[in-house]
Each structure stands twice: as C-alpha cells, then as structure tokens.
Design a protein around this ligand. Structure first.
Ligand code: HEC
Length: 112
C-alpha cells in the first residue's frame, strides 16, 4: 500500500541540493564544516539521482533502502569485498561518518 509519490517533486534537483548538503554536514559532524569532505550526495547524484532514483537501468535505486544495508554495501565497496570499479572509486576516499550520513540520507528518501 505505497502511495504514488513519483509526481511529488517535479524538479527535485532544484530544491534538494542545499538542504541535502546541510543535512549531510549536520550528520557528518562539525568536522565537515571545517574541511571540504570527499563525498557528498552531489557526487552520487549523477548516477543514483539526488532523490535516490537512478535514471540508468544499470544503476540501483537507493531511495528508501534499508539504512544498514546501504551502510554495509558502501563499506564492502570501500574494502573491495564487493567488487565494482566505480563504486570502489567512490567509496575508497569516504570516511565511515560520511558513509553513515549517506546511508541515512538515502534511506530516508521516499522509494519509488
Ligand atoms: C559513476 C556512477 C556512480 C556514482 C557516481 C555512484 N554510484 Fe553507487 N553504484 C553505481 C552502480 C553502477 C552500482 C551497482 C554496483 C553493482 O553492480 O554491484 C552502485 C551501487 C551502489 C550501492 C549499492 C546499492 C545496492 O542496491 O546494493 C550503494 C549503497 C551506492 N552505490 C551508493 C553510492 C553513493 C553514496 C555514492 C556517492 C558517494 C555513489 N553510489 C556514487 C554507480 C555509481
């Protein structure tokens, strides 16, 4: 019994950017404000969408996915346990705090 939420934001990119970034910075802790971090949702958006809905059939949706699952998958990409060229490249420079913040962000988005 999922509500159809697809039409809710006609242009999610236009509005979600600063908000998403602020959320990430808040979740990542004060450290994030002092130094530029490696990964933000902006980096992920090209493939996974800022709304967590991928435009490409090769890329999984992240919106509404289990937070723990997202966290574990990113940790697995980072360690190389889960092999994938692009995701390993993305994850290798990410701190555990960033990975946790990104997992929280995507898990909280409405699934398609
Ligand atoms: C260049 C495109 C690209 C970028 C940029 C990218 N990803 Fe991915 N991501 C993928 C692809 C493709 C997969 C599927 C990997 C596979 O087939 O195993 C994936 C998989 C994932 C998964 C696992 C999803 C699942 O269902 O198992 C997570 C979590 C994830 N990405 C998070 C991120 C985050 C967070 C960022 C930004 C820091 C990011 N990705 C940036 C392409 C990308």
């Amino acid at each position: 019994m999922r509500r159809p939420i697809r039409q809710r934001h006609a242009h999610p990119h236009r509005h979600a950017g600063p908000l998403a970034l602020a959320l990430l910075l808040a979740l990542a802790g004060s450290r994030a404000l002092a130094e530029p971090r490696h990964a933000t949702v902006e980096d992920c958006a090209a493939c996974h969408g800022l709304d967590g809905i991928a435009r490409d059939t090769e890329v999984p949706h992240l919106a509404g996915q289990n937070e723990r699952y997202l966290f574990n998958q990113m940790m697995a990409f980072r360690s190389g346990k889960r092999a994938h060229k692009e995701m390993r490249y993305m994850a290798r420079t990410m701190s555990v705090e960033e990975i946790a913040a990104l997992a929280t962000y995507y898990a909280a988005l409405p699934p398609r």
